[in-house]
Every structure is written in structure tokens, then in C-alpha cells.
Ligand binder design. Structure first.
Ligand code: SF4
Length: 564
């Protein structure tokens, strides 16, 4: 028998705040911790003691914290912060981190402080949550006359009377929310003051989605830059053979094989972890990282992506279902492939035009033609044809972007992957591998399945959608890193070694390369459509979430980053 759906009173109340917030959390299971949610947890610490017994003596008043109460008939469940029970009477008490709603026109003079005080009332969502809890308590045989909201910022208890009006409001909100959950994802609020403080904003992208929707924001309104241009966290790369990672309190500790401590990094600041070669990690560290949703990539010493640890909370059945449905529609597949490949070719053209001192006549025009063919293609095969043609032209002239001796070697070898025969090919392969890992992490954050792609054929072990997303970014990130590393002298011939697996970076070379890679990912650029600045790393996150939004039907068309 299938599970019955029970709705949490907290989330139903959130529906009254924003239907999309309710849908993302309740239906899609998106949960993004923020400073506000952490503070909320702190405020609730005193009442978060589930499992307390109910009073056995009906006459003894008792305060029960974290009382879980459920009604199958209403399809509703609640964990009430505190329930004051006396005989058959019950009063639900909810704790809030913030302040109550201030009524701007009213004020009153109080006897206690002798001064003027603004009149306040509970927020509508708090009122509805108390109403739903009263409904549940009544169904369990308690007599309820009111509920309490405690606003911690002002240390103030506000009483909410339980009666027919609140009952009607709570029941109609419950009904509307249940109907909403069975439908498509609701659109974001338009230009709302609620969004900048919403913890789901980086996933929801309200202004960006509204901007791209046909009925979106006015044309001259660019999205507000609500989320910071860079990640706050650290991308940890550990590459020394024999190094061990474990847990020390709230930190990840990195030790040499002989136990000498190399570094301790607070887990809260880790954004992702990459292990290169034979680096060991403890099960405890794996658990702690997974519980925080931090992905781990395992790379071979030569920089090949071998495995990824993917925390379970990155799955949303709803988004995955939309992804599969979209992939069954050839016209949609073509739309995405065309947008990705035409942007990639335009970016390749920009790199050549910017950096090639003697670009032969006609090359830029050829690439523009291929971008146009990809953008207007009638089939994915035509997009692949245009991409292959552009890649041949681009890499035929790539040596012209390099300094000697790397230019001569690349001209002789051309673009070759396995094994990479020269330093430029080695850097390109390494940068593409790192980029694949970042694209995979970005897609998982957008709740998409990286192995099911559109332009790249899916096959076992291949993150086809990551390779798709990566297309426009290859020239801007990976190719640029290669040029920066070799032309600015950050990597010299001494940083490479010839092995049976081809031309590889030495340990020192790899360290320099990863440093350069990270600097590039943190470089900020202006988004050509949204007009705000973001790091390349955030651009990947933004575009993977826009793909997700397109797949679930939030927006009807897609475009990708191009630079001039
Ligand atoms: S960001 Fe705005 S539109 Fe999106 S879920 Fe939050 S409040 Fe709703």
C-alpha cells in the first residue's frame, strides 16, 4: 500500500508566505541551510526534546516540548515546539527567532514603560500555523482556546485566539496547499521584498526566472543581485600521495602518512573536496561531509575522474522526472543542444580573436557560421556536425595562442586526449576533468541527474549532462587556464614529465595548476543578460539551475554565457 501523504503545519503555513517556497521544500525536498535557519535552530534548542511523555495525571499541568501530533483525516502533522497541557486543555506555543509584525499606523502607551509602543501582531504565517496546530489538538480531544507565538528577538509572547475565523483560514490554506502540491511548480514572487531573505533564493532564482518568463519583469528591470558573486566556502583539493583525511571536532584534519598534521579546515567552510591519487579518507569524514551535502571527487594521479561521492539529499524526484520527460522530446533536446553548442562556438571564436596575434582571414567568419548553423539546426546530428567542424577549425589554430616551445608541440600533435602527448594537451585534459567535476556538483545542486545528457550520449559512468553543461565554459575556463599557465610562465617544461601515461604534471606542477584553476573559477565576470557580476564557479551554478528551471517549465527558453 502506498504511503499516505502527511503535510507539515510549518510548510502549509509557508504556503501562505510563498506558494513556491512551500512547493520547493515540501514537494521537491529542497533544503538550503542559511545563517537564519541556523539561528532558528539555536532559538529552538530549549524546546527540541522529542519523545517526552504526555502527563499521566490529567490534573497536573505540564509543558511538553516537541510534541508530534498527526491527523490522517486532515493529512496533517505537526511537531509543536511547546504544548502547555492542563487537564483536557492545551495551548500550543511556537518559538520564532524574529520579531512580530508592526502595525505602522497604530501605537499605544503602556503603563509599564510609560512610553509609546508600537502595536504588534503575529505574522499571518504564524497565525495559520497556530490555527493548524489547534485543529490537530482538537482532533486529539483537547479543548483549545488560544495559541501563543514567542518572538525571541523581543522576548514577547503574543496570544492568538482560536475560533471560527482562524479555523476557516487554516482549513482553506491547507486545501489550497494540497492542491498546489499536485500541480506544477508555482512561479516565483515578482520583485518581492521576501526573496532577499529567503534561504531558497539561490535555488529559486526569482528575479532571473521572472526575467526569462514571457510575462516576466518589465524589460528595463534587470534582476537584483541577491546572492553573493562568489562562494564563501573553500574548494579543497588534496593531492599528496599517502595523505590522510579524518575528523577532529568540527574540522577536517589533513595529515601526512606519518601522522604529521598538515591542516585543519572547519567543515562548515568546505564547499567541495577533490582527492587526487592515493589519498585516504576516513568513514567518519565521509559521513560528516555527506551530511552537509558536500560532494567528493576522486581523481587519478593523471587527473582522470574516477568516482564521485554524491550525498543523497541532492535528489529530487520531481526534477528528475521532468528531466526524463524533456529528454524524450526531440525538439527540446535540440533546443538545449543548439543553445549549448552555439554559445561554445561563439566563446571559441572570442578566445581566438582575443589571443591570436595573426588569426588568418576567414577563421572568425567560419566559426560565426558554425555557431549560426548550430543555433538554427533542424536536428541534433546537424548540431554535432557544426560542433565538430568548429572544433577542427579552433584547434587547428590553437597553437597560435601558445608561446614556444608549447606552440610547436601542439601544432605537431593537435588536440589529443589519451594519452596527452605534450604540456598544452596535458593542461587542457586536466582542466576539462576539473570542470567536469564542478559541472557535476553544480547539476546535483540543481537536483539534476548528471548521467542523463542530451548532446553527449549517455553511457555507463559518463556524466553526459555535465559534459553538456561544460560546453560553453570549456573555452572560457579550461582553455584560458591552459593559456595563462603556459604563456605567463606559471608552468614551465620542468613542471611536466614524460610517462607511459603520456605527458603529466609533476607534484609541484599540479599544485601550481590547481591554484591557477581556483583563481580562474573565482574570477568574476558580468552576466550578459542579468548584468550582475558572478564568479565562473557561480556561473556554473546559475546555468545548471536555469537548465533545471527550463526542464520543470519555469522558463520557456535557454541561453548560455558568452563573452565578447
Ligand atoms: S526566493 Fe522568493 S519566490 Fe523564491 S521561494 Fe523564496 S520567497 Fe518564494
Amino acid at each position: 500500500m502506498p504511503d499516505e501523504q502527511l503535510w507539515s503545519t510549518r510548510l502549509i503555513a509557508e504556503y501562505a508566505y510563498c506558494p513556491r517556497l512551500f512547493y520547493l521544500e515540501q514537494v521537491e525536498g529542497i533544503d538550503i541551510p542559511s545563517a537564519d535557519t541556523a539561528e532558528g535552530d539555536y532559538i529552538h534548542r530549549r524546546v527540541a526534546h522529542p519523545g517526552q511523555p504526555l502527563p499521566d495525571d490529567a490534573e497536573t499541568p505540564k509543558k511538553v516540548s516537541s510534541l508530534t501530533i498527526t491527523s490522517r483525516e486532515l493529512g496533517l502533522t505537526a511537531t509543536i515546539d511547546l504544548t502547555e497541557i492542563s487537564g483536557h486543555n492545551a495551548v500550543p506555543v511556537e518559538y520564532r527567532r524574529g520579531r512580530p509584525r508592526k502595525l505602522s499606523t497604530a501605537s499605544e502607551t503602556t503603563a509599564e514603560n510609560g512610553g509609546e509602543r508600537q502595536v504588534v501582531e503575529p505574522w499571518p504565517t504564524d497565525r495559520i500555523q497556530i490555527g493548524l496546530q489547534c485543529l490537530l489538538l482538537e482532533e486529539h480531544g483537547y479543548k483549545v482556546e488560544s495559541g501563543i507565538i514567542y518572538y525571541a528577538a523581543e522576548k514577547r509572547r503574543l496570544e492568538i485566539k482560536w475560533g471560527s475565523n482562524l479555523r476557516a483560514e487554516a482549513l482553506s490554506t491547507l486545501k489550497e496547499a494540497q492542491a498546489c502540491a499536485g500541480g506544477p511548480r508555482p512561479p516565483p514572487l515578482l520583485n518581492s521584498h521576501k526573496c532577499p531573505r529567503c534561504s531558497l533564493q539561490p535555488f529559486c532564482l526569482p528575479d532571473e526566472i521572472n526575467y526569462e518568463r514571457p510575462i516576466g519583469a518589465p524589460e528595463d528591470t534587470s534582476p537584483r543581485r541577491i546572492w553573493p558573486p562568489r562562494e564563501d566556502g573553500i574548494q579543497v583539493i588534496v593531492q599528496q600521495e599517502g595523505t590522510r583525511l579524518g575528523i577532529a571536532g568540527k574540522c577536517i584534519k589533513i595529515e601526512e602518512g606519518n601522522g604529521k598534521l598538515l591542516k585543519e579546515i572547519p567543515i562548515t567552510s568546505v564547499e567541495s573536496l577533490t582527492l587526487v591519487g592515493y589519498v585516504q579518507i576516513s568513514t567518519q569524514a565521509l559521513h560528516r561531509l555527506a551530511s552537509r551535502g558536500i560532494p567528493i571527487a576522486y581523481l587519478s594521479s593523471s587527473g582522470r575522474l574516477v568516482a564521485m561521492v554524491d550525498p543523497l539529499d541532492s535528489v529530487s524526484a520531481n526534477v528528475r522526472r521532468s528531466q526524463i520527460k524533456i529528454l524524450e522530446q526531440p525538439s527540446k533536446c535540440l533546443e538545449l543542444a543548439s543553445a549549448l553548442v552555439s554559445s561554445k562556438i561563439l566563446n571559441q571564436r572570442t578566445i581566438l580573436m582575443r589571443n591570436h596575434p595573426n588569426l588568418p582571414d576567414g577563421v572568425a567568419e567560419d566559426l560565426l557560421g558554425s555557431a549560426r548553423v548550430a543555433g538554427e539546426a533542424a536536428s541534433i546530428e546537424s548540431v554535432r556536425g557544426a560542433e565538430g567542424q568548429a572544433a577542427a577549425v579552433y584547434f587547428a589554430h590553437f597553437h597560435g595562442l601558445l608561446k614556444e616551445p608549447f606552440a610547436t608541440l601542439f601544432r605537431k600533435n593537435g588536440r589529443r586526449r589519451r594519452p596527452p602527448p605534450d604540456p598544452a594537451n596535458c593542461c587542457l585534459s586536466m582542466a576539462y576533468t576539473m570542470l567536469t567535476h564542478e559541472c557535476t556538483a553544480a547539476l546535483r545542486l540543481a537536483r539534476l541527474e548528471p548521467s542523463i545528457g542530451i548532446f553527449h550520449v549517455s553511457r555507463p559512468g559518463r556524466p553526459a549532462l555535465s559534459l553538456d553543461l561544460m560546453e560553453p565554459f570549456r573555452p572560457l575556463i579550461a582553455d584560458s587556464i591552459t593559456l595563462m599557465a603556459l604563456n605567463r610562465g606559471e608552468l614551465t617544461e620542468g613542471h611536466f614529465q614524460s610517462t607511459a601515461a603520456g605527458c603529466l604534471l609533476t607534484d609541484t606542477g599540479r599544485r601550481i595548476f590547481f591554484d591557477l584553476y581556483n583563481r580562474r573559477m573565482e574570477t568574476e565576470i558580468t552576466h550578459p543578460v542579468f548584468k550582475y557580476r558572478l564568479s565562473y564557479r557561480r556561473m556554473l551554478t546559475l546555468h545548471s539551475r536555469m537548465i533545471s528551471a527550463w526542464m520543470v517549465g519555469d522558463i520557456s527558453s535557454l541561453s548560455f554565457l558568452t563573452t565578447r
